[in-house]
Design a binder for this molecule. Structure first.
Ligand code: SF4
Length: 293
């Protein structure tokens, strides 16, 4: 595959994610609007849905905070030109900043100087996984500061177990309140070290909403957490209601016997993600589905 193809696909994915909410998230918002019993919450959800339609119609970003750009890549061990992947996504991010446009969000943490094009040290961030074959699967996640700022990591005592995990997740949602623009989507990860838990929690946000986890024990935990966090009554935009969270995805890693890390990653309602596969012959398949009105 050519470097130009990787760059074109990366640029298309950023555009897609910034403007169109994927099918699973849009459907979850529509369902929430239908079943919401609180009048104020219903209005908030209706406004969010109107915002989504407007962004599509006018081809403008879903939110003024177009977030930071993170790519997740699954590269086939036989795929060609993978060494150009990083340069391709940096170039795509620069172009997207001009063309979408994206808000320039990348600043030097010490000097506050804005790079002006959403690039910088470790930005856009790339997670790379090597798999079999000659294809490259690319996923982009655009994540705003409101949801990123309430990310939570707890190094629990192993004796606290699942009960402690649930308490930590519920407390994190209560503490976050309206800040991540609810209704949110939660990625929860348990185990690993602190870094592994946080990485898995964020990656869990990419999983499809409305589909049960393939592991029954995780599916059960996801349902229990969803019911529990929605009982907080925080509601859309923190104004009260039944819908605080649209979905919970749980992942895990084996942990040190004496550690029990629990990580919670939040996505606001604007969960901006898009994926595509570039095959070895250069053909491209876009994987993220949209939904018409
Ligand atoms: S949390 Fe999400 S919806 Fe709210 S301002 Fe940030 S990017 Fe926009």
């Amino acid at each position: 595959m050519k470097r130009e193809t990787i760059e074109e696909v990366a640029l298309s994915l950023i555009k897609e994610a910034a403007i169109y909410l994927p099918k699973d998230v849009k459907l979850a918002l529509k369902k929430a609007h239908k079943r919401e019993s609180n009048a104020t919450a219903k209005i908030q959800l209706k406004t969010i849905l109107a915002n989504i339609e407007l962004a599509e119609k006018q081809q403008t970003p879903l939110c003024q905070d177009t977030g930071t750009v993170t790519f997740y890549a699954k590269a086939g061990s036989e795929a060609r030109n993978i060494d150009s992947l990083e340069a391709a996504i940096i170039s795509a991010t620069r172009k997207a900043t001009m063309e979408v446009p994206l808000r320039p969000n990348a600043v030097d943490p010490f000097t506050q100087v804005n790079s002006g094009d959403n690039t910088g040290r470790f930005t856009p961030h790339l997670h790379l996984e090597i798999v079999k074959g000659d294809s490259l699967e690319l996923t982009v996640l655009l994540k705003g500061a409101g949801s990123e700022n309430v990310s939570a990591l707890g190094m629990l005592n192993p004796g606290e177990g699942v009960k402690g995990l649930k308490k930590f997740v519920i407390d994190s949602v209560i503490k976050a309140g309206a800040q991540p623009c609810p209704p949110t989507i939660l990625g929860v990860a348990v185990g690993g070290g602190a870094d592994v838990a946080m990485e898995l929690a964020k990656k869990a946000l990419l999983g499809p909403l409305g589909r049960s986890n393939s592991e029954p024990r995780l599916a059960k935990l996801e349902r229990e957490l969803l019911d529990a966090v929605n009982m907080t009554g925080i509601g859309p935009m923190g104004l009260g209601g039944d819908t605080t969270v649209l979905g919970v995805r749980v992942d895990y890693a084996h942990r040190h016997t004496a550690s029990f890390p629990v990580a919670v990653a939040f996505s606001c309602w604007a969960e901006r993600k898009a994926s595509a596969q570039i095959r070895g012959d250069g053909s491209v398949k876009y994987l993220t589905k949209r939904v018409a009105k």
